[in-house]
Structure formats: C-alpha cells, structure tokens
Design a binder for this molecule. Structure first.
Ligand code: SAH
Ligand code: SF4
Ligand code: F3S
Length: 458
C-alpha cells in the first residue's frame, strides 16, 4: 500500500516552497500527496513562529488532529512538526503535545526519510541541528509532476536565513545564518520549473536581495546579476522576488528593474516604521530618509513600479509622534498593497525584554488607523487601472464557467472571460471594472488571434 502525506503550511512563502520540497523528500520513502489530513498516513505541520498567534495555531491544530491517531490502530497516523516553531521549540513540542511523533527544523528536510523511519515504537526524534551539509545538495530534484499540478507560477528559494537581527524578529534564530544557493543550482531548478510549464518564478529569501551566490565564474553574484541570467531562460515570462531589505537594494538590482522587462514592476520593500527613533531601536540599520531615497531611485529606474511593505505598530517605546511618522511615510510613498501587524513580543528577542511595552488598546487603535490608510491607498491604486490594457498571466479557472483568474504585473488578481486554453499563458486584457479584491477585465483581442502576447515593456 502506498503511504500518503498531507502537509499543512503556515507562515511565509518560504514555508510554501519548503512544503513542496518536504513532499518531494518524502517521495523517496514512498509517500505520495494526500488531498486532506483524513486520508493521510503522515501529517506534517509546517509552522511559523513570527508572531505569538502564528505559533499558537500549531498547538490548536494538533488538538484538532489528535482524534485521527485513535481512529485506526492498524494504520496509525503519524504527526510531524516542521518549520520555525519546530526550530524554536524543539523538544518542548513533544512535552506539550504528546500526539506529535517527530520534530524537524527547516534546515533538515533532506533528512526526512531517515527521521520518519526512525519514528515509532516509542521513538520520537527531534532534528533541529543546523547541519554542516547544505540541505539543497541532498534534497531530491524538484518533483516535475508536483510542479505541473501547481500550474504556471512557482516559488524558488535562492537565499535562506538572516544575519540582520532586527530586535523584534525570530527569523535569525529559526532559520539560522544567511546563506545563498549557487547560481548554477538556481538556474538548473528554474529550467526544471520552466520545462514543467512554469511561466512566472518568484525568487524567495528572508533577505532575498542580500543574495550573493557563487557564480559560474568563481565570483559571488548579486541578485541583479542572477535576475539577468534567469531572464535569459526561454519560456520564462515573468520574474519576481521577495522579501527585500532596504539596505540591500544595490545599483545592479535597481538597474535590473530598468533593463529587464521580465522583472515585474512590483516590489515588496518592508520599512516597518517611519520613525527614525523606532527604526533605530528595531536595529533596522537605516533611516526614514534612506528608505525614501531608495524608493525614489527605484521609481526613477522603473516609473510604473508599485510598492508594498510590512509595518509593525506598537513597537516598545513607540510614541504618538513615532506612529504619526509612520502615517506620513505611508502618505509620502503611496503603497499598492501592504501588511501591518501589532508588535508581538517573541521569546529570546531583545525587544521582548524592553520595559516600555505598548498597551494592547493603543496597538489596536494605531493598527486600525494605519490599515484604513493602507486600504484607501490600495483601492486608489486599483481604481487607477480602470479602462487600462495590461498583460495578465492566467493561472486557473474562475468561480463562474468561462472565467479565468490571473495576475497583473502588479500582482493584482484579474478575472476575465477567456477560453481554458489560455491557462498558463499571457494575454492582454482591458480592465472594465475594479472590485474589492480583483480587477474584472475582458480580453483585449479575440483569443484565437492572440494565443500569446509578449509582456508589455511599459
Ligand atoms: N525579512 C523581512 C521580514 C520577514 S518577517 C524583512 O526584513 O523585512 C515578515 C514580517 O513580519 C516583518 O516584515 C514584520 O513586519 C513582521 N514581524 C516580524 N516579527 C514581528 C513581531 N515580533 N511582531 C509583529 N510583527 C512582526
Ligand atoms: Fe527578521 Fe530583520 Fe532579518 Fe527581516 S531583516 S528576517 S525582519 S531580522
Ligand atoms: Fe514564519 Fe519562519 Fe517564515 S517564522 S514568516 S515561517 S521564516
């Protein structure tokens, strides 16, 4: 009997990517994908530790899944915890959750076949070392069948870990030191993805623009140079990357936005706060003006570039004036989209120890005001597209028959009446109407005459 694995993913896109690699790794032990936890022999929770709520979700999920273990004693279900909670809490998870059979940290997924076979009969392995070997050298090649079933867009992790140690953040502890995959490995994986039908690749890294992978010429390549090499892959239509740190937007990366049409005009560039005092206490290592200057430079290189960001409100010691500085920064930049969070003290991070924590009620009030502003900006950004023509990469069928859903260059969801044959292809559309969550559009020309339209150069 084949065994089946169900992976539930929490947290960031890097976890989404890792979940795919977890399935590929377990393929070596004979596992195939299960559509739901009920039909799985092994359930892996790929967890996130970034905020308290994210971490607590794992324990409630284990509580919900426990009954599956008791269901069939001939075919006991195994539960594994992977990801950043696994790395941060290790053994503690086994104590808190007796239903968990093994714990594996993000750098150890290549060892999953061994971990799974070492599990059972009272053995509950925990593997959270940072191994000397590179997991990417030991993971099986990306599963082509899995990629095909996922469609026209894919993630590709090129960089992991972080050396920046922002005072609020667990990532340097859960993901370890910064590490870049070699250029050749990235290009080989990108070609595999394109051969499997992928048209758009999003390069991932906790600090993706700090990328400095060994190049074929024996030197370290930055992200700008990597993008150039990727854009030369025939059949690949679009490239994105996330998440970037303002300090690492170097000249060659900014030039890539100017010179490479396949690099989409959309950049997630988290700033966290608009106050220099808070930025300093966060150890972000840049000022408000530095961020604004970078934004200006990228926009001069690529005038139609849209920006997105992350914000934290209620960081320890944040005054009303500090918060107002965040609001004015948002006004000044104008975001197409953004994520904003209340500061969540994380065990082991310096800011969690600060004595001037902000009351919950103040955090909530600030978050509400910030989100209102960001939502207004997002609506205005989307509304500006009414009547415009844009290229869309169609990804899947929509809710209504005859409808497809795709993405604009600016990551907006676009719905249009279009033939199924356009799934996985680019086509120009005209935006008829701007809705709350998506743009409604029609094909710019009859599909039969334009089965493929090259990306607009803007
Ligand atoms: N590497 C990225 C961020 C990764 S974490 C960067 O440097 O920008 C994703 C986002 O989660 C962060 O940008 C931040 O806004 C938020 N975040 C991280 N730690 C947090 C905490 N302790 N409380 C609230 N939000 C947090
Ligand atoms: Fe966390 Fe800062 Fe590193 Fe981003 S740069 S992952 S926020 S420590
Ligand atoms: Fe969460 Fe780990 Fe990503 S803490 S945000 S899953 S790097």
């Amino acid at each position: 009997m084949t065994k089946r694995v169900f992976v539930k993913t929490y947290g960031c896109q890097m976890n989404v990517y890792d979940s795919g690699r977890i399935v590929d790794a377990l393929g070596e032990s004979g596992y195939t994908s299960a559509p739901d936890p009920e039909s799985a022999d092994l359930i892996v929770l790929n967890t996130c530790h970034i905020r308290e709520k994210a971490a607590e979700k794992v324990y409630s999920e284990i509580g919900r899944l426990k009954h599956l273990k008791a269901r069939d004693t001939d075919r006991p279900v195994m539960i594994g915890v992977a990801g950043c909670v696994a790395q941060a809490e290790g053994e503690e998870i086994l104590r808190r959750a007796p239903a968990v059979d093994f714990v594996v940290g993000p750098q150890n997924y290549h060892r999953l076949p061994a971990i799974v076979s070492a599990t059972g009969n009272g053995r509950r392995p925990v593997d959270t070392d940072f191994p000397a070997e590179d997991k990417f050298d030991h993971l099986p090649r990306t599963g082509v069948r899995r990629i095909r079933s996922q469609g026209a867009t894919a993630f590709l992790t090129v960089q992991e870990g972080c050396d920046k140690f922002c005072t609020f953040c667990v990532v340097p502890y859960t993901r370890g030191a910064e590490f870049s995959r070699p250029v050749a490995a990235v290009l080989a994986e990108a070609r595999d993805l394109v051969d499997a039908g992928v048209r758009e690749i999003t390069l991932l890294g906790q600090n993706v623009n700090a990328y400095h992978g060994a190049g074929p010429d024996g030197r370290d390549w930055g992200l700008g140079r990597l993008l150039e090499a990727l854009c030369a892959i025939e059949g690949l239509a679009r490239v994105r990357y996330t998440t970037s740190h303002p300090r690492d937007m170097d000249d060659s990366l900014i030039a890539a936005h100017r010179d490479l049409d396949k690099v989409m005009p959309y950049l997630h560039l988290p700033v966290q706060s608009g106050s220099d005092r808070v930025l300093d206490r966060m150890n972000r290592r840049h000022t408000r003006d530095f961020y604004l200057a970078i934004v200006d430079r990228i926009r001069s290189a690529r005038p139609d570039l849209a920006l997105s960001s992350d914000f934290i409100v209620g960081f320890p010691g944040e005054t009303d004036a500090d918060f107002e500085a965040t609001m004015t920064l948002v006004e000044e930049v104008g975001y197409a989209q953004a994520y904003s969070f209340k500061y969540s003290p994380r065990p082991g991070t310096p800011a969690a120890e600060d004595s001037d924590q902000i009351p919950e009620a103040v955090k909530s009030e600030r978050l509400q005001r910030l989100q209102d502003l960001l939502n207004r900006q997002q609506a205005a950004f989307n509304t500006s597209f009414a009547g415009r023509t844009m290229p869309v990469l169609f990804e899947r069928s929509g809710r209504n028959p005859g409808q497809l859903v795709g993405r604009s260059p600016w990551l907006q969801a676009v719905q249009a009446d279009a033939p199924q044959s356009l799934i996985g292809d680019l086509a120009n559309v005209v935006v008829d109407r701007v809705g709350g969550n998506s743009l409604f559009a029609r094909l710019a020309e009859p599909a039969s005459e334009t089965p493929f339209v090259a990306e607009a150069t803007a």
